[in-house]
Design a protein around this ligand. Structure first.
Ligand SMILES: [Zn+2]
Length: 488
C-alpha cells in the first residue's frame, strides 16, 4: 500500500519503524506559535502515544483529519511516523448550485463534513440564478414568494411538469454556516448579477431595462433579461439584498457573480445609456465594471470583499481588491490580471466542473490540472490564492447523482489545493482514493466506481457527445474537443 494513505497527501511524512497500539483518540496537544496559522500542524505517532503541535485549533483540526484517515486505513496498531504539514493554497473550495436543484440541509452537511475530511476550507453556495432564488428574504418577501418556484424543469431531454422550488430559511442557512465553521470552512454565498437574474426579475420586473414581465426560466442557458444598470432602484435593491445577506453570512467574502451577462438590452435602454453618458463610460462592459465597483464599495463598508467570475475582467474599470474566479478565460485576461496584482481562484471549466461526465473530465485530468498560469512572474505567484471545484445541478437532480459526480473529483482538487506539486502523482493518488472510498461511504457519500474514473480515450468520444447532445451549445463542444485532445 502506498504510504501515507492520506488525501490530501501530507507535505512531509516519514515512517519511524515502530507501532503504536493505543487509542487514536488519545492525543497530546501542544500549542506551537512558531508554526504558521494557515492550518499547519506537526503530528508525531510514537510507540508511546500521539502528539500534535499547531499554532491554533485549525491546525489541530487538520491533524485530526489526517489521523482519522490513518486510523481508518491502518487500524490498530498504527505505524509510527512523523508528519509536518501545511497547505499550499489558502483557498480550497467547492461550490454547490442549490438553484437548479436543491439539496436538503442534511445532504449539504454530509457533503460539507466529507469535504472537511479532505481539508477543504471554503464552501461557495450558489443561491440565485435564472431558475430560482433560494435565500429567504424578509426585506423583499416577493423573492421568496414568487422567485423561488419555477413551473416546470426542462433541462436537456428531461422534462418535468411539476412546479419545482423552495428556499433555505435563515435558520437553515445559519445551521449550515455553524456546521461549516465548526470544521474551519468559511461560507461564501453567491447572488449572481447582473446576469442570471431572471428569477429575481420575475418577482421584480421593474428592475429590468424594459420593465416588462420576465419569466422564471425552466431551461439551462444564458438569457437576455438582466438587471438594469441605469435605474437607481436597481442599486437600492441590490444594496438592500446584500445587507440582508451579510446579516446571515458573517464571513469576509461575498460572491456577486458577474458571468454571462448579455448586454443587448443595456445597448437600447435609455436609462443604461443615460448612465453611461453621465459617468463617461465608453461601452457596456465598462457599465458592468461601474456596477461591480459600486457593489464592491458598498460591501467594503461592511468589511466584505467581492469575488466575481472572470467575465468581469471584460471591463477595464474594476474595484480595488476584486478577487476573480477563473472558470473560462476565453480572452486570456486572467494571467495579466494576476501579473498586475489581482488575486485569482482557479476553477477551470475543462478540468474542475464536476457536472460533466467522467468521459469528458476524467479524474486524472482534474488531478493534473495546474492552477497557476504559465509564465507568471515568481513574485506574483502569491496572487493565485487557490482552487475551487463547482457542481452545477441542471442535470444533477438528486444527492446520489451529486455524490457520484463530485467524488472522487473533489478529492483530486483537494490534493492540488493542499499538496506541493512535486509530491503529487496520479497513480499514487488513485490507489489512496480507492482505499479511502469506504470512509466516504461511512459518511453517506457514494463516489463513482473506480472503473469509471478514467475511461480510455476512444470510449470518451461517444459518451461525451451523448452528453453534449443533451445539454450544451455547439461552441462548448468545439471548445471541448480543442482542449481535450490538445492538453490531455
Ligand atoms: Zn437598463
Amino acid at each position: 500500500m502506498v504510504f501515507p494513505c492520506v488525501i490530501p497527501k501530507p507535505n512531509r511524512c516519514r515512517l519511524t519503524g515502530e507501532y503504536y497500539a493505543g487509542s487514536a483518540a488519545e492525543i497530546r496537544k501542544t500549542i506551537d506559535t512558531e508554526l504558521p496559522d494557515n492550518g499547519a500542524y506537526r503530528l508525531v505517532i510514537s510507540k508511546d502515544g500521539i502528539e500534535v503541535s499547531a499554532a491554533d485549533d485549525k491546525g489541530f483540526f487538520y491533524a485530526q483529519q489526517t489521523l482519522k484517515q490513518l486510523a481508518f486505513v491502518y487500524g490498530n496498531p498504527l505505524p509510527t511516523m512523523e508528519i509536518d504539514d501545511a497547505p499550499v493554497f489558502m483557498h480550497r473550495g467547492f461550490m454547490v448550485d442549490s438553484v437548479r436543484h436543491m439539496q436538503t440541509v442534511d445532504e449539504l452537511k454530509k457533503l460539507i463534513d466529507t469535504a472537511s475530511m479532505f481539508k477543504f476550507n471554503v464552501f461557495h453556495w450558489h443561491l440565485s440564478d435564472d431558475q430560482g432564488f433560494r435565500f429567504e428574504s424578509e426585506t423583499y418577501p416577493e423573492l421568496t414568494q414568487i422567485a423561488c418556484v419555477r413551473p416546470s424543469s426542462d433541462f436537456g431531454k428531461v422534462h418535468d411538469n411539476t412546479p419545482y422550488g423552495g428556499y433555505y430559511t435563515k435558520q437553515q442557512m445559519r445551521e449550515i454556516i455553524d456546521f461549516c465553521h465548526a470544521r474551519f470552512i468559511t461560507v461564501i454565498p453567491e447572488i449572481d448579477m447582473p446576469g442570471h437574474t431572471c428569477a429575481i426579475l420575475h418577482a421584480k420586473p421593474e428592475l429590468s431595462c424594459k420593465g416588462e414581465e420576465v419569466s422564471i426560466k425552466t431551461t439551462a442557458g444564458i438569457f437576455e433579461e438582466i438587471l438594469c444598470c441605469g435605474k437607481e432602484e436597481t442599486f437600492d435593491f441590490i444594496f438592500g439584498l446584500l445587507d440582508e445577506l451579510c446579516e446571515v453570512f458573517p464571513d469576509p467574502f461575498i460572491h456577486i457573480g458577474g458571468d454571462e451577462a448579455p448586454k443587448n438590452n443595456w445597448k437600447i435602454c435609455p436609462a443604461c445609456q443615460g448612465r453611461m453618458l453621465q459617468e463617461g463610460l465608453a461601452n457596456e462592459e465598462q457599465l458592468q465594471g461601474y456596477m461591480t465597483t459600486r457593489i464592491s464599495e458598498h460591501l467594503a463598508k461592511k468589511g466584505r470583499q467581492c469575488i466575481c467570475w472572470n467575465e468581469t475582467l471584460a471591463s477595464d474599470i474594476l474595484p480595488e481588491g476584486l478577487i476573480i474566479q477563473n472558470w473560462m478565460d476565453k480572452k486570456k485576461q486572467v494571467p495579466a490580471f494576476a501579473a498586475a496584482g489581482g488575486r485569482v481562484i482557479y476553477s477551470d471549466y475543462y478540468h474542475y466542473y464536476t457536472d460533466y461526465p467522467y468521459a469528458m473530465t476524467p479524474v486524472k485530468k482534474t488531478y493534473t490540472a495546474d492552477p497557476v498560469p504559465k509564465n507568471l512572474p515568481a513574485e506574483m505567484l502569491q496572487n493565485c490564492i487557490g482552487v475551487e471545484t463547482p457542481i452545477w445541478t441542471e442535470h444533477v437532480r438528486d444527492f446520489s447523482r451529486l455524490c457520484y459526480m463530485t467524488w472522487p473529483r473533489f478529492a483530486a482538487v483537494s490534493e492540488t489545493g493542499w499538496t506541493k506539486k512535486e509530491r503529487k502523482k496520479y497513480d499514487d493518488f488513485k490507489e489512496r482514493m480507492v482505499t479511502l472510498l469506504p470512509l466516504l461511504e461511512e459518511n453517506g457519500i457514494y463516489a463513482a466506481d473506480p472503473k469509471e474514473w478514467d475511461p480510455i480515450s476512444v470510449s470518451r468520444l461517444p459518451r461525451t457527445l451523448g452528453h453534449f447532445a443533451d445539454t450544451v451549445s455547439a461552441e462548448m463542444v468545439t471548445n471541448f474537443f480543442k482542449d481535450t485532445f490538445k492538453k490531455d
